[in-house]
Design a protein around this ligand. Structure first.
Ligand code: AMP
Length: 584
């Protein structure tokens, strides 16, 4: 099918042609005729990279009445990055359409500038929910005449806690408008919006429900926590043309991994919440221009990243919210291209693979971290390919040729080849000559074992991660059904690495953790004073014996009774927290 056949106006077709879209993507083909009809509300299950911006943007622009000077369309999206991108795309699509004015409103930029732009007269507003509410409250925006409302990346907006803002904005729009909702996944909360605010919507799914794009290879590699960085490096080295994003769970991890990569000579940088907006823009600018080969990012910071041609997505840790896996992976294989998603999984977390598989509706393929030999072979052949394809600047090197021949005259052709190749290749040989096998044998991952599993080599968990023991006054009564949940909560709130935690004893109203000293200190600093609903969290080093000998056991019990008794009054708060966790 062609764009001409979809019923688009000449001026839009001209812009589309100029942008270089040759054929409509699947979602465009299926959605544009329906949205041009304007008869029904609409739900599109699709993620970024499918061409959904044009799928709603083109019909939206075509239906703007240039003679009616009022806001006729509102697009809500989760991040500033996405907001700017959508606004830019809408401007490009409307280049030859008279009277279409788009304004982007988002946080972190001057609100007065945005108000000035609005006052000049706009008919399409693209906004993040927070800033949009601000502008409504300041009476700078009014949506009385909005006839199209787009909720883009609805699941992300809800994940980011915009539910109330969205409700409020929706209430300020008239009942006669059409609502078009796009979401990569369909959690209950998004379904609720569709049920509450939309009338018998027309539904389209591109790819399968709750799944990632078809052209992504989903793989995982089993390595111990301490070998993850090495596994990552090996994957980067074995794909010489890779242009990728590494997702981490915490800011600290993003910083650490990026720093290590930079120290090891990789073109990498980090993107996380500790950076200012200007710093984030700089990093993103570099990545967009491909001046960076590897971007190491947290989920939150990476929201809305839409960079084409990303070949690989790595999950340094799987996300807490399994649904984020789909968003992460969707950063590759955009616009019909293919891509690879590789999760680096430590044996203690291997049970989470099933959750991912359930989420995306397909199996993850187990792959091995490449060996030193694999990498050296690939790099050598890559070098040879570069030699074959390199453009020789004869004029540029002419002044030196005689001198070069003089220096090399005693070498045979074979020797010359070996020497030239070695100049580059030695770097990899050196890096990998002692590289052993870091893969964990999947047959040796003991089922049902959780945090207490011993690493296969070295035993750092025993020596360091259990070298200290901390007490924390949260337990099963706070809604933690297993040790993994407690660990996730603790790592999230203190930025310590999961690998620094060893044995966990989870009791009803308190818990003990084996932990490395430094991480224990950080945990105490960061968690003390935080609250679970209406109760202060307390963390302290325990003088208990690490592995619960007689003395330890007695102490544990007595402490437990003490804490349990003291906590009697707080039960309501605990229950609330438990309910809140369940609701999430
Ligand atoms: P989106 O899913 O809207 O973020 O679009 C992903 C990328 O695909 C963007 O860079 C678009 O410019 C590009 N794109 C959208 N539609 C088409 C098309 N029909 N042909 C080629 N590229 C497209």
């Amino acid at each position: 099918m062609t764009f001409e056949e979809l019923g688009l106006s000449k001026s839009i077709l001209k812009a589309v042609k100029e942008i270089g879209f040759e054929q409509p993507s699947e979602i465009q083909e299926k959605s544009i005729p329906v949205l041009l009809d304007n008869e029904r509300d609409y739900v599109g299950l699709a993620q970024t990279g499918t061409g959904k911006t044009a799928a709603f943007g083109l019909p939206m622009i075509q239906q703007i009445d240039p003679d009616y000077r009022a806001i006729q369309a509102l697009v809500l999206c989760p991040t500033r990055e996405l907001c700017l991108q959508i606004a830019n795309e809408l401007e490009a699509y409307s280049k030859y359409t008279e009277g279409v004015n788009v304004v982007a409103v988002y946080g972190g930029a001057s609100i007065t500038d945005q108000i000035r732009k609005i006052k000049k007269g706009v008919n399409i507003v693209v906004g993040t929910p927070g800033r949009t509410i601000d502008l409504i409250n300041r009476k700078a925006l009014s949506f009385d005449s909005v006839s199209k409302l787009v909720l883009d990346e609805a699941d992300e907006m809800l994940n980011m806690g915009f539910q109330e803002d969205i409700d409020e904005i929706l209430k300020s729009t008239p009942p006669f408008k059409r609502t078009w909702l796009f979401s990569a996944t369909m959690p209950k909360e998004v379904e609720k919006i569709a049920n509450n605010y939309m009338e018998d919507p027309f539904k389209i799914t591109v790819g399968t429900k709750n799944s990632s794009a078809k052209n992504i290879d989903h793989r995982y590699c089993l390595v111990n926590g301490r070998d993850k960085y090495y596994a990552l490096r090996r994957f980067i080295d074995v794909y010489p043309g890779m242009f990728g994003i590494v997702f981490t769970r915490t800011r600290k991890e993003a910083k650490d991994v990026a720093e290590k990569l930079m120290n090891d000579g990789y073109n990498a940088d980090a993107l996380h919440g500790d950076l200012s907006q200007a710093q984030r823009d700089t990093v993103m600018g570099k990545f967009r221009k491909r001046n960076l080969q590897v971007l190491v990012a947290t989920d939150v910071a990476a929201r809305g990243i839409d960079v084409d041609d990303v070949t690989h997505v790595f999950h340094y840790e799987l996300p807490d919210e399994i649904e984020s896996y789909t968003h992460r992976s969707g950063r590759t294989a955009r616009a019909g291209k293919s891509g690879m998603s590789i999760a680096l999984i430590s044996p203690t977390k291997s049970s989470r693979i099933k959750l991912v598989e359930k989420q995306i509706g397909k199996k993850l393929e187990l792959i091995k971290a490449p060996t030193g030999e694999d990498i050296c072979g690939v790099q050598l052949m890559n070098l040879i390919k570069n030699v074959q394809n390199v453009e020789v600047n004869e004029r540029g090197i002419a002044p030196y040729v005689a001198q070069i021949h003089e220096h090399l005259k005693d070498f045979s052709k074979e020797e010359l080849v070996e020497r030239f190749v070695s100049v580059e290749f030695n770097r990899f040989l050196k890096a990998y000559q002692k590289a052993g096998d870091i893969n964990v044998d999947p047959g040796k991952v003991r089922k049902g074992r959780d945090r207490d599993e011993k690493p296969s080599r070295g035993g750092r968990r025993d020596s360091d991660a259990n070298s200290n023991r901390v007490f924390i006054n949260v337990g099963k009564m706070d809604g933690f059904e297993n040790k993994g949940q407690l660990l996730g909560f603790i790592c999230n709130h203190s930025d310590i690495e999961g690998t620094s935690v060893g044995k966990i004893d989870l009791f009803d109203s308190f818990s003990f953790l084996g932990i490395e000293e430094e991480s224990g200190q950080q945990l105490i600093e960061k968690m003390n004073g935080k609250r679970i609903e209406n109760r202060d969290i307390r963390v302290e080093f325990s003088d208990d014996k690490p592995k619960g000998g007689k003395k330890g056991k007695r102490k544990t019990e007595s402490r437990g009774e003490r804490r349990g008794g003291k906590r009697g009054d707080d039960r309501g708060g605990n229950r609330n927290f438990k309910e809140r966790r369940k609701r999430r």
